[in-house]
Design a protein around this ligand. Structure first.
Ligand SMILES: *Cc1c(COP(=O)(O)O)cnc(C)c1O
Length: 411
């Protein structure tokens, strides 16, 4: 008799986005003429940079010639890509990361879930609240949690609230935790972490022999020169942090798929017999066994991000979305709403007016102005009373959505 992984039954059934779709569809059916604008989903909208397309077209041609054809590549990614990443994303910022410590993958969503493969079952795990749901659900699937309560909080996880009360920084826990997920610039709040804040985390992790999973998917959106892009800009982070990065949000690779994970060779954790084991070796073993690398064509596309023209083009893309975020911030503030984020991140985090719940505000925006956002409560209990608006859209849609809100939603 075949049995299942019962942990999957504990999952809250991917509640958030299906529920949004259900409400939007029923509204659209009842109001077929409504022009609905979706500012809810965290996916990019603008086309791939020309430098990346040109590089991929050339790579396709190489694949068509037996002298330049490529079969299986290195599971860790091609060295020419890893070397450019090490030099331009890390060493240029004073972060001491070697190309051999970089693993190319098909996504940081995948890697941030897969990383649990190399960790034990008895770690105490901390996540922020609100949180990118992947961190929580992958721990549920791996059997690292108990059941969820009414608020959607899973037994066995330590939740670190991020809210206006603590200036949107994840408070250092008073207890000892072993694994900590941090995402800065943050999805969903758009908050950033200062050098002092990250230093406090690195010091905590080193004092407690904890490992930080640092998700830097939105680092390209940092405009403030004092904010670190990588956790490895903080002294000591090589001893306590794994970093996830992605080409999804800087170069529009959400549908093309390329990302990277950094596992420093100086990073260790305990085996059952008390000995220290290098995490790099375990992750290398894991990737070599369960992964066969990212397509040569896509890696050539990612490499083009590091060319001079590529850098200019991704800067233009990021600036475009940040201008959208600025328009959203300005217009929502003009409508009397309190807004956070959206300066070093493509997300604006809105306090719901009049003590409306996240879902009540969702319904109000959908029904009155036909604009779809994401209820903050869908990202965790502490997200209740907040709402996420994404800057990933055309300028026309952003301006139209904001015009409707300033005209019809007065707080
Ligand atoms: C979009 C996003 C990513 C990127 O995931 P990919 O699988 O690389 O597309 C990672 N982390 C967060 C928090 C994100 O929002």
């Amino acid at each position: 008799m075949a049995t299942i992984n019962d942990n999957y039954l504990k999952l809250k059934a991917g509640y958030l986005f299906p529920e949004i779709a259900r409400r939007v569809n029923s509204f659209a059916q009842a109001n077929p003429d409504a022009k609905i604008i979706r500012l809810g989903i965290g996916d990019v909208t603008e086309p791939l940079p020309e430098a990346c397309r040109t590089a991929m077209i050339k790579a396709v041609e190489e694949m068509g010639d037996r002298t330049s054809f490529k079969g299986y590549g290195p599971e860790q990614g091609y060295a020419w890509l890893r070397e450019k990443i090490a030099a331009q994303d890390f060493q240029a910022r004073g972060a001491d990361i070697d190309a051999s410590e970089i693993f190319i993958s098909d996504g940081s969503k995948c890697d941030s879930g897969n990383i649990l493969d190399i960790f034990g079952q008895n770690n105490i795990i901390a996540v922020t609240d609100p949180v990118y749901p992947v961190y929580v659900d992958t721990n549920v699937m791996a059997g690292n949690t108990g059941a969820a309560n009414d608020k959607g909080e899973f037994a066995g996880l330590v939740y670190l609230p991020i809210s206006a009360k603590n200036n949107f920084t994840a408070e250092i826990p008073s207890q000892k935790v072993d694994l900590i997920y941090l995402c800065f610039p943050n999805n969903p709040t758009g908050a950033t972490a200062t050098k002092e804040h990250l230093t406090a985390w690195v010091d905590y992790a080193r004092a407690n022999n904890s490992i930080i999973f640092f998700d830097a998917a939105y680092e390209a959106y940092i405009t403030d020169p004092t904010i670190p892009h990588s956790i490895y800009e903080i002294p000591g982070a090589r001893e306590c942090a794994i970093e996830f990065r992605s080409f999804s949000k800087n170069a529009g690779f959400t549908g093309t798929r390329c990302a990277l994970t950094v596992v420093p060779k100086t990073l260790t954790a305990k085996a059952a017999d008390g000995s220290d084991v290098e995490l790099w070796k375990l992750w290398n073993r894991r990737q070599s066994t369960k992964f066969n690398g990212v397509s040569y064509i896509v890696q050539r596309g990612a490499e083009a991000v590091y060319s001079q023209s590529g850098q200019g083009q991704i800067q233009a893309l990021v600036s475009f979305y940040l201008e959208n975020a600025q328009i959203i911030r300005q217009q929502l503030s003009a409508a009397g709403l309190v807004v956070y984020g959206g300066v070093n991140a493509p997300y604006v985090w809105v306090k719901t007016p009049d003590n409306l719940s996240s879902w009540e505000f969702f319904d109000k925006l959908l029904h009155i102005v036909n604009v779809v956002g994401t209820p903050g409560s869908g990202f965790g209990a502490a997200g209740e009373g907040y709402f996420r608006i994404s800057a990933f859209n055309s300028r026309e849609n952003v301006e139209e959505a904001m015009r409707r809100i300033t005209e019809k939603i007065k707080v």
